[in-house]
Each structure stands twice: as C-alpha cells, then as structure tokens.
Ligand binder design. Structure first.
Ligand SMILES: NC(=O)c1ccc[n+]([C@@H]2O[C@H](COP(=O)([O-])OP(=O)(O)OC[C@H]3O[C@@H](n4cnc5c(N)ncnc54)[C@H](OP(=O)(O)O)[C@@H]3O)[C@@H](O)[C@H]2O)c1
Length: 327
C-alpha cells in the first residue's frame, strides 16, 4: 500500500530470498500500481488503497506510504480484517501508534512496525549478549544517523512530516529505548532547514538508573551511522550503518575482542529477515512480533514526540491523517 522507494526494495528482497508472494499492489493511481505490478510480476493491481484493503486472497498488507499516511492506511487494513506491517514509524506520533495498537487488538489482527534492523541476524546475537549480561551494567548508548538526500526528496517537505526525526532518528531512538527503556529526562537541540523542516537534532537523555544516551540525526550528509553500547564489563560497537546487515564487536578493557561477522549489505540483503519473522508470527497465530512489540514502537514515538515538543516541530494535522498530497 503506497508503492514507492521502500516498496521496491522490500519486493526485491522478498522475491529474491523468500517464497512469500506479493499478491497485489495498491496505489492512489491505477497507472502507478499497474506499472509496479508489471515490473515485479504481481498478479493484481488496484487504483486505491480502499480496493487493496478489500482485496481477496491477501493475508497481510504492508503499509509503505509516507509517515503522514501510516495511521490512515493501517486503519483501512485493520478495518478490512487484514493483518498489517507498517513502515517505521508506526504512526506520526505516539497517539496514532497507540490507536493502531488498540484497533488491531480489538480486531484480532496482527500488527507490527517494520523496524527491520531488529530482525537482522546480528540483532539476534546482540540481544543474546545483552540478555546474558556480558556488558555488565549498561551506562551509555551513543547512536547517530545522517544521510544525504536529493533536494526533491519528501524529507524536505513539511507537509509530509519531513526532517530527520522519523526517517533516520527512529533507528537510534529505537536502539536506545530497546536497551535502556524510556528516559526520565531529555534535552534536545535543533537546527532548522531552509525548506521549513528540522535539519538536525541532537538529544541527551538520562534514565532512572543514571544511564545516559546521546542521539544525533540530520539530513546534511552521510555519517558512519554508528552505535555504541557501553557497559561496566565491555563495550559493544556496532559498525556503521548499524541499522543494516554487518559486523559488530564486543571489546573488553584488557584488549580482548569478540567479533560477529555477517556480510554487510543494504535493504536487498536485509528486509527479507523482517518479512520472514512476520510470516512466522502470523502462521503461529501471534498478534505481534516479540522482536518489536507495539509497546516498544509506542515508546520510541513518545521520545520522538518529546524531542519535537522541545524543538517546536509541529507536524501537519496529526489528529486527522489523510493520503492527501502530491500525486
Ligand atoms: N525500512 C527502511 O529502511 C525504510 C527506508 C525508506 C523509507 N522507509 C519508510 O517507508 C515510508 C515510505 O518511504 P519511501 O521512501 O518509500 O517514500 P516514497 O518513495 O515517497 O513512496 C511513498 C509512496 O506512498 C504513496 N503516497 C501516499 N500518500 C502520499 C503523499 N501524500 N505524498 C506522496 N506519496 C504518497 C505514493 O504511492 P502512490 O501514490 O502510488 O500510492 C508513494 O509512492 C516512510 O514512512 C519511511 O519512513 C523505510
């Protein structure tokens, strides 16, 4: 639902690495959905999201509209009794995310945020290392994500909730809140962009046990997109881009290093792990993903909301999301 850039990557990765079938595509324009269907050999193409939601023989809908459309698209799918996988972030704000969680639970359908990083093989290992307490008491998480975009990219459009927070910042914020929970205190600084969106944000957080986290996200240029988790016994360094397939190390103060190797790569090499986890969960009758619960997605958005509040970043009509916009 919303065949744009990430829909292409998702389809390519699924078709190359899984036996899952993209059964139909829904666009706001029939010609766009037909050309997507033709490019990827998809049997059905619909000219509206409503028609896709009502389509027969569809188990689950993948919502990949801009952020501003996630809630409305998810509600369409849920109301039609379809399971739903929603691109990150789950909603424009925590209120929308909570509403999606309540509606999917009431309807008895599966719902999840497509935070694909958490389904990569390395994250399974990282989770086991964290659970085993190998790092000792975690004191600090530092994570950042900067990227260069063409000036025509939707990230510069205030009407589409542009700026680095929801496209890029969601990754470091998801990691920080996954490791440390919800911050007790947060201080944010921002830099505006001439297009009217936020250009750069930095925030420092403190947690109940005294741990701290630092996040930076911007749309000025590429950064290593590195993440570091520091504990009293060892430091975990995830090589950048930390949100994509690749290696990481556990480094001990005496110089010892444990290294996890996996082929580094991008969306093509990584998105299918998320799709497989979703398929396994749905097949097992689960309503959520254990690797990324709806509560965890809501918690990340609560932090994003607080950063926006402090920076004075206001999104367009967050209470009345629509698909209106440039076609
Ligand atoms: N997991 C990842 O690594 C990753 C990477 C990039 C993006 N994303 C997420 O995926 C979502 C989509 O990003 P994208 O880069 O794929 O965006 P995109 O290329 O602009 O595609 C979004 C699609 O949504 C539809 N749409 C619905 N309402 C729209 C509106 N008002 N304006 C423009 N398009 C609208 C359009 O398709 P039709 O009009 O044909 O329906 C459009 O092609 C974002 O929420 C983003 O956070 C995730």
């Amino acid at each position: 639902m919303g065949p744009g850039w990430i829909a292409e990557r998702f389809t390519e990765s699924l078709q190359a690495h899984t036996r899952q079938v993209i059964a139909a595509v829904g666009s706001r324009s029939l010609s766009r959905s037909k050309s997507f269907a033709e490019a990827y050999n998809i049997p059905a193409a619909y000219g509206s999201y409503e028609e896709l939601a009502a389509a027969p023989d569809v188990d689950i809908i993948y919502v990949c509209t801009p952020h501003t459309g996630h809630h409305a698209a998810a509600v369409l799918a849920i109301d039609a009794g379809k399971h739903v996988l929603i691109e990150k972030p789950l909603g424009l704000d925590a209120d929308q995310a909570r509403d999606i969680a309540e509606r999917s639970e009431a309807a008895g359908v599966f719902a999840a945020e497509a935070m694909w990083t958490f389904f990569l093989p390395k994250f399974d290992v990282i989770r086991q290392i964290l659970d085993a307490g190998t790092l000792g008491t975690i004191t600090t998480v530092v994570a950042e994500y900067g990227e260069h975009f063409d000036p025509t990219h939707r990230i510069f459009d205030p009407q589409l909730a542009g700026g680095p927070l929801l496209d890029l910042g969601t990754y470091p914020l998801a990691l920080i809140t996954e490791v440390l929970g919800s911050p007790r205190r947060l201080h944010a600084l921002g830099q505006p962009h001439e297009s009217g969106v936020n250009a750069q944000l930095s925030a420092v957080m403190q947690f109940d046990d005294g741990a701290q986290a630092v996040v930076n996200a911007h749309l000025h240029n590429f950064t290593p997109t590195a993440a570091t988790i520091v504990g009293s016994q060892a430091t975990l360094v995830i090589e950048g881009p930390f949100n994509m397939p690749g290696a990481f190390e556990v480094r001990f103060p005496d110089g010892r290093r444990l290294r996890h190797e996996e082929p580094s790569g991008g969306h093509y090499e990584g998105l299918h792990f998320e799709a497989a986890a979703v398929a396994r969960a749905v097949a097992a009758g689960k309503m959520q993903l254990s690797q990324r619960t709806l509560a965890a997605s809501i918690r990340t958005l609560e932090v994003a909301d607080e950063i926006r509040r402090q920076l004075g970043v206001v999104f367009p009509n967050p209470k009345t999301p629509t698909f209106e916009g440039k076609i």
